[in-house]
Design a protein around this ligand. Structure first.
Ligand SMILES: NC(=O)c1ccc[n+]([C@@H]2O[C@H](COP(=O)([O-])OP(=O)(O)OC[C@H]3O[C@@H](n4cnc5c(N)ncnc54)[C@H](OP(=O)(O)O)[C@@H]3O)[C@@H](O)[C@H]2O)c1
Length: 297
C-alpha cells in the first residue's frame, strides 16, 4: 500500500478546503482504523502539528501497529551549541511519550536549514546519535521545494550532513519540481525513501473554481487548465490527483491529508479506479501557488 496518512488535521484546524476545523478524536480514530484495514501502515506527524501527537497517543496508533514518522521543529534561537544533543534527545523523548511509542519509524527535520547554520554539525551529530540508540529507525528532512535540496546538498546526496533515509517533499499534478530538478531520480537512486505530500494541494485541486478564495485568484489560470483536462478526459479530480501521486515509481508513498472518514472512503474508492494520467504539460510555474506558505490573505 503506497498510501501513508498525514495528521496535521488531527492536531490543528488546518487547510484551505477544510470547513470543519480540527478533526474530532473519534473521527481521527475512525480514519486510522479504516486506513489500517485498507493496508496502510505509515503515519506522518510533527511536533508542530498542535495536538496531533497527543491525539495519536490517545487513540492508540502505536499500539495498533502504525509506524510513525514525526518531525523535529527548528532549533530554538538561543540554544547554546553544548545543549543541542540534550535538547534533541528530550524533545524526541517528549514525542515518544505523547505518542505512546518506544521508537519512531522516522525522525525528519522540519527546518533542514538548521543543518547549514552554525549549529549544523552539533544537530547532525545529535540526530545520528538518536538513530544509533534506536530511538528512530530512520532520519531525514521535510522540504518545501527542490531549492532546499540544492542549498543543503551542493555536493550531492552522498555528502549529506545526516543520513538521508527519508525525504518528504510536495509533489502533485501541478508541482513537478522534484522530478524536473532531477532530485527525484538522484535521491531514489541513492537509496533515499521519498515520501510525497500535497497530492491535493491542500484540497485546492479538488475545489470548483467558483470556491477559489480571492487571495488565490492568481492560481485560476493553472487550475482552469487542470479542470479543462479533467472535463476533456471525463476524469474525477480526486481520482486523477491520486493516480498521479500513486504512480510515481521513485516514491515509497504518498502522504495524504484527510479531514474526515468520508474523505478516506473517497480516497480508497478512487484508488481502485483506472483512468488517464495527468500529462506533464499541466505543471505550473507559479511559485506562489506551489508553496502554501506564500498563500497570505
Ligand atoms: N473529497 C474531498 O474534498 C477531499 C478528500 C481528501 C482530502 N481533501 C482535502 O485535502 C487536504 C489535504 O491535502 P493534501 O493531502 O494535498 O495535503 P496538503 O495539505 O497539501 O499538504 C500537507 C502538508 O503540506 C505542508 N503545507 C501545506 N500547507 C502549508 C502551509 N500553508 N504552510 C506551510 N506548510 C504547508 C504541511 O507540511 P508542514 O506543515 O509539515 O510543513 C502539511 O502538513 C485535506 O485537508 C482536505 O481538506 C479533500
Amino acid at each position: 500500500m503506497k498510501i501513508a496518512l498525514g495528521t496535521v488535521q488531527f492536531g490543528l484546524p488546518y487547510g484551505i478546503a477544510n470547513r470543519g476545523g480540527q478533526t474530532p478524536r473519534d473521527a481521527a480514530a475512525e480514519i486510522l482504523a479504516g486506513a489500517r484495514a485498507a493496508g496502510a501502515t505509515l503515519l506522518d506527524t510533527a511536533i508542530a502539528y498542535g495536538e496531533a501527537e497527543t491525539v495519536l497517543g490517545e487513540i492508540g496508533a502505536a499500539r495498533s501497529g502504525w509506524r510513525i514518522i514525526t518531525k523535529l521543529p527548528g532549533l530554538p534561537a538561543d540554544l547554546p551549541a553544548a545543549e543541542i544533543g540534550h535538547w534533541c534527545r528530550t524533545t524526541v523523548e517528549g514525542s515518544l511519550r505523547r505518542l505512546g511509542a518506544d521508537h519512531l519509524e522516522g525522525l525528519l527535520l522540519h527546518r533542514p536549514d538548521d543543518l547549514r547554520g552554525p549549529h549544523g554539525p552539533a544537530l547532525a551529530e545529535a540526530l545520528i546519535h538518536l538513530r544509533d540508540r534506536g530511538l528512530t529507525a530512520a532520519t531525514g528532512i521535510s522540504i518545501y521545494g527542490p531549492e532546499d535540496l540544492d542549498a543543503l546538498l551542493p555536493e550531492g546526496p552522498a555528502r549529506a550532513p545526516i543520513p538521508l533515509d527519508i525525504v518528504q517533499s510536495p509533489a502533485n499534478v501541478l508541482d513537478r519540481r522534484l522530478e524536473s530538478s532531477g532530485w527525484a531520480a538522484r535521491l531514489s537512486q541513492g537509496g533515499t525513501r521519498l515520501h510525497l505530500r500535497s497530492a491535493f494541494l491542500q484540497g485546492l485541486l479538488l475545489m470548483p473554481l467558483s470556491d477559489l478564495p480571492t487571495h488565490l485568484s492568481h492560481a485560476a489560470p493553472d487550475l482552469r487548465r487542470w479542470q479543462d483536462w479533467l472535463a476533456a478526459t471525463g476524469s474525477d479530480p480526486l481520482a486523477a490527483a491520486l493516480r498521479f501521486a500513486l504512480s510515481r515509481d521513485y516514491a515509497e508513498c504518498a502522504v495524504l491529508g484527510m479531514d474526515s472518514p468520508d474523505h478516506l472512503k473517497q480516497i480508497l474508492a478512487a484508488a481502485q479506479t483506472d483512468g488517464p494520467l495527468p500529462p506533464d504539460d499541466l505543471h505550473s510555474t507559479n511559485a506562489t501557488l506551489l508553496d502554501p506558505r506564500r498563500w497570505n490573505r
